[in-house]
Structure formats: C-alpha cells, structure tokens
Write a protein that binds this ligand. Structure first.
Ligand SMILES: O=C(O)c1cc(=O)[nH]c(=O)n1[C@@H]1O[C@H](COP(=O)(O)O)[C@@H](O)[C@H]1O
Length: 224
C-alpha cells in the first residue's frame, strides 16, 4: 500500500464527500465511507465515490446473526470494496459466513474494541480484562474465522501483529500530538501506529475538519 492514510469521509452530504475526496486524493491512499455516508447515500453514493479512483473502504461494522450478515455482504458485493468491516463480537460463525459471502478482492476485517472505549467501558459491559487482552482475544478469533485482519487502536497493534504477522491491521483514532481527541479514548500518533505495525491509518476529523484539508493530509503524511 503506497499511502497508508485512508481518509474517513464522515458526512451524509455526497457533494461534500466528493469535493473533500478530490481535494485530498493525491495525499491519501483510500477513501473510507461509513455509516453516516451509507445511510444517506446507499450503494449509489458509494459507486459515485469510487469514480474518484481511490480504493474504497466500506466501514459498515456489520454485526448480526450469521445469516443476516452474510446476506448483507452479498448485497454489497457489486460494490466490490477494497475493505469491509464487520464486528468481531458477532462471533466466529458470523465472521466465517461474512468472509465466504464477500468478493475475493475484498479484505474483510473485524472491529475488535472501538477506539472510543476504554477499560471502564469494558467493565460497564461486563468484561473484566484489559483492552490489550480483549483485542488480542478477538484478533485470534478473527484469524481463526479466516478474516484478513482487524481494526484496533494503536495501543494494541504491536501485540496483535506479533500474533498474526501477515494480518491487515487498520488503526483509527490517530492524532498528531497537538490534535483534539474528541470522542476517541485510545489514541496514538500516526507515526507510532505505523512503527508498531499498522497497515492502514484511518484519519477523519483531523483532515476533514481542518481549514485546509489538503494541507492537513500533507502534514500528517510528512510525519510518516
Ligand atoms: O472501523 C473504523 O474505522 C473505526 C473503528 C474504531 O474502533 N474507531 C473508529 O474511530 N473508527 C472509525 O474511524 C474514523 C475516525 O474518525 P476521526 O476520529 O474523525 O479520525 C471514524 O470514521 C470511525 O467510524
């Protein structure tokens, strides 16, 4: 992957997403379209964004019973995204069926523990262990299910990669030291995430919320 940064175009506004993508396209490696964009624009919106000419990361974080997720993945197959997310918490059978339903060119990756959560949130959900243990456990499950990789924070990527050297490691929640963290709780710098083994860095607001998104993407790229 030439440029590891995928820009998260978290907006329901197709014209705005397209304009942002055109502005930063020479400084990022791909476009991430998530729930906000997809709920507003659907498959046609994804197809329009694909015209920008960069790989599409479709981040829908699918999480349901195996049959429902497999059918949803089948419905998305014509889009042939480069990357598609599902939730590891959906379990091994759900992940196996999602991978089986995906086009051969689509990397299916499992979200382990959202970067917006900390260990207090884990405990509130009935999980006593550390974030590290939770990510490593779910990464092992995703690997056993035949997925291509996981999504985790930069705080756990080194541990996850050492157990799965050829996995694809997607790291969101990255910030330059001066950047606002917003709702993200497990945050590292882009440089640290890459040094620790990230394959792809997902960057949203630090680029899309900047006065000059093009310059912001270049500034992040310059730290890598
Ligand atoms: O799957 C994701 O991409 C994802 C997983 C995760 O644990 N945390 C996380 O922030 N994301 C996504 O990464 C992006 C982060 O956006 P910013 O916080 O604005 O950089 C958003 O589009 C989130 O949906």
């Amino acid at each position: 992957m030439t440029r590891p940064v995928f820009v998260a175009l978290d907006t329901p506004d197709l014209a705005k997403a397209r304009a942002l993508a055109e502005r930063v396209r020479h400084h990022v490696g791909g476009l991430k379209l998530g729930l906000e964009f997809f709920c507003a624009n659907g498959r046609a919106g994804v197809q329009e964004m694909a015209q920008v000419g960069l790989p599409i990361f479709l981040d829908l974080k699918l999480h349901d019973i195996p049959n429902t997720v497999a059918k949803a993945v089948q419905a998305l197959a014509p889009l042939n995204p480069a990357i598609l997310t599902i939730h590891a918490a959906g379990g091994r059978a759900m992940m196996e069926d999602a991978k089986a339903a995906a086009p051969s060119g689509t990397k299916v990756v499992a979200v382990t523990m959202l970067t917006s959560l900390d260990e207090q949130d884990l405990r509130a959900g009935g999980i006593a262990g550390s974030a590290h243990d939770q990510v490593v456990r779910l990464a092992a499950l995703a690997r056993e299910a035949g997925l291509d990789g996981i999504v985790c924070s930069g705080a756990e990527v080194a541990a996850a990669k050492s157990a799965w050297p050829d996995g694809l490691f997607v790291v969101p929640g990255v910030r330059l030291p001066s950047g606002a963290t917003g709702d993200q709780k497990r945050v590292v710098t882009p440089r640290k995430a890459l040094d620790d083994g990230a394959s792809i860095l997902v960057v949203g607001r630090p680029i899309t919320g900047a006065a000059d998104p093009d310059q912001a993407a270049r500034d992040i790229g310059a730290t890598l």
